[in-house]
Design a protein around this ligand. Structure first.
Ligand code: AMP
Length: 297
């Protein structure tokens, strides 16, 4: 595994990867019969962007990228522009050495570890999240968060130029906005959603779980419990969103709730669950830690 620290060095390195692979087509040119012009397919590159403190959730993204591509790049970059002023940028868990080991053991080809200075200048061009979808749910309590997310993902995708990029369904709004960006800006990358990995007791893995004290971790189990409640209601044929949300809120009490929503896959509100087209999303505060989770039905 190679570790690279600057965008230019990574771009240079990936030029070679983009060039090579066995398949050669030949094509007839000119009047003198056919001649191989050495048309080469390029190797597929799978890319997994992360903020580090890697866990099994990240590892499942890497595994999927390994399965589907010839070459895998992982980035570990704690992106300052997606944190609001009073948020946890300075205390966000950092595990650089462990992250390197995990990437090495997972068969990652390149680990990209840039500094903030390598990624940003002083007077920056940046992207703006869409005015509606970027400012509901997490974007409502964290305005400008998704501007930072979209800008850094755009930068990273431009640096790596991957065939496919992998994002967790756990961050459903982020996944939705990145898919929208790729579609609306006509970008040539496939966004691959990956299922949420959970602890045995149902808590979704998150780097921020490290902030939880043992009693808070116990309280946090109300989140998967509320989602199980919703899923059980739907299995019984109760599809009314208001009814489901009200039961979920009861399950989550007394946690501070940012939102409980039932949306379609394009993030429009649904009055009734539509099987195959629904995401049920929750975000709560446990102690001082924001935790989010969702299920796709
Ligand atoms: P982060 O380091 O938190 O920015 O996450 C990097 C990527 O890993 C994002 O695409 C997340 O959605 C994804 N991810 C985080 N937690 C999980 C999880 N428990 N299961 C699957 N993917 C996850």
């Amino acid at each position: 595994m190679k570790i690279i620290f600057t965008p230019l060095e990574l771009k240079e390195h990936l030029k070679e990867v983009h060039k090579t692979v066995g398949f050669q087509g030949s094509q007839s040119i000119g009047f003198q019969g056919s001649q191989s012009i050495g048309f080469q397919g390029s190797q597929s590159i799978g890319f997994v962007p992360t903020m580090g403190a890697l866990h099994e959730g990240h590892i499942s993204l890497i595994k999927k990228a390994k399965e589907q591509n010839d070459f895998v790049v992982v980035s570990v970059f704690l992106n300052p522009t997606q944190f609001l002023k009073d948020e946890d940028l300075d205390t966000y868990p950092k595990k650089d050495e462990a992250d390197k080991k995990i990437c090495q053991l997972s068969g990652v080809d390149i680990l990209f570890f840039p500094s903030a200075d390598a990624m940003y200048g002083s007077d920056e061009v940046s992207l703006l999240a869409p005015k509606v979808r970027g400012y509901v749910l997490e974007g409502f309590s964290r305005p400008s968060h998704f501007n930072g997310v979209l800008t850094v993902v755009m930068k990273l995708l431009n640096i790596v130029n991957p065939t496919r990029a992998y994002f967790g369904k756990k961050d459903a709004q982020q996944l939705n906005l990145i898919s929208l960006m790729v579609k609306q800006l006509f970008m040539d990358v496939e966004i691959v959603p990956v299922d949420t990995v959970r602890e045995k007791d149902g808590l979704a893995l998150s780097s921020r779980n490290a902030y939880l004290t043992p009693p808070q971790r116990e309280e946090a189990l109300k989140i998967p419990s509320s989602l199980r409640t919703a899923s059980a209601m739907v299995s019984k044929g109760i599809l009314n969103s208001k009814e489901i949300i009200s039961k979920m809120r009861e399950t989550l009490a007394p946690l501070e709730i940012f939102y409980v929503e039932i949306l379609d896959r394009d993030f429009n509100q649904l009055s009734h669950v539509e099987i195959g087209n629904t995401v049920i999303l929750v975000e709560v505060k446990v102690g001082t830690t924001r935790l989010l989770d969702n299920i796709w039905l």
